[in-house]
Design a protein around this ligand. Structure first.
Ligand code: SAM
Length: 274
């Protein structure tokens, strides 16, 4: 689970510090998402959970006549996004919970998000709010991870963890895999119709450069499930985990990059408010 307070605290801070490398982990997915966004009309565009702003920036550059707003709950990420947006008059960023935020410049006609919507604490309420506040028939396009088992970057790291007592975890709790199940996503999309899902398989690029293994290790030690394990494992279990992580990263080092198979949904919908 990754809660709003995680994003407002250390998780958001780490993502802000690592924005270039987190953008890179999505580099093989982003062009497909941007093509899907480009196919939609929209003059008031909102990027939900915009993070350091790569998608909002791309949309603002692509649509100079549109007003684009990136909304994120992490002040550090919004600050980072703002520094990247200098000189783009049609782009702004704001710190807010997108689940209850009201766009000041009129009703949005296009919502976009790269992996930002599966962290809502109450997704049906959040999507119903977004639909109520949207222009009639507004469109939405977002990406989210498919199941853990299809996302090798996560399963291979989890396999390195020492066996733990099984706990009954809620598969739909806010987090990277909360929107893996399309039936659940459909149930969450209150106020939205014509929901479609397209599979996108992509390479999660963890390491590049002169020493891709060291690059991947330092990123994974700061972001995602390995970082969480390093923070929380007892001292006597951490060295074995770190050794396993090194071996895993070495095994995924091919052709000057460290990559893991990753799997996402590209979801689109229309607001049922016309
Ligand atoms: C996995 S990151 C993706 C960030 C960005 N979209 C990207 O692709 O780099 C998820 C983002 O959603 C944001 N977020 C989580 N819950 C949110 C909420 N209720 N309202 C706005 N942003 C939220 C987080 O702060 C974080 O920046």
């Amino acid at each position: 689970m990754t809660s709003a307070s995680d994003w407002q605290g250390g998780v958001g801070r780490n993502w802000a510090a690592e924005w270039e490398r987190t953008d890179r982990t999505f580099a093989a997915l982003t062009p497909d998402l941007l093509r899907a966004i480009a196919a939609e009309p929209g003059a008031k565009v909102v990027d939900i959970g915009c993070g350091a702003g790569e998608i909002a920036l791309a949309v603002a550059r692509d649509r100079p006549a549109a007003q684009v707003v990136g909304v994120d709950i992490s002040a550090e990420l919004v600050e980072t996004a703002m520094t990247r947006a200098e000189g783009l008059a049609n782009l702004s960023f704001t710190v807010a919970d997108a689940a209850s935020w009201i766009a000041p410049g009129g009703a949005p006609d296009l919502y976009v998000s790269r992996h930002g919507v599966m962290f809502f604490e109450d997704p049906p309420a959040a999507f119903a709010h977004l639909a109520r506040r949207a222009a009639p028939g507004a469109r939405m396009v977002f990406s989210c991870f498919r199941s853990v088992s299809e996302n090798t970057w996560a399963t291979e790291i989890r396999e390195l963890l020492p066996p733990a007592k099984p706990v009954a975890a809620d598969p739909f709790a806010p987090g990277p895999f909360a929107f893996a199940d399309p039936d659940h996503v459909r149930r969450c999309l209150k106020g939205w119709r014509d929901v479609t899902f397209r599979k996108l398989d992509f390479a999660y690029v963890a390491g590049t450069g002169t020493n891709p293994v060291a690059d991947a290790l330092s990123l994974l030690s700061r972001i995602g499930p390995a970082a969480a394990a390093i923070r929380t494992l007892p001292d006597n279990a951490r060295p074995a985990f770190e050794r396993g992580l090194l071996e895993l990263v070495q095994s995924r080092h091919v052709g000057g990059r460290v990559c893991f198979p990753a799997a996402a949904w590209l979801v689109s919908a229309a607001a049922d408010n016309a």
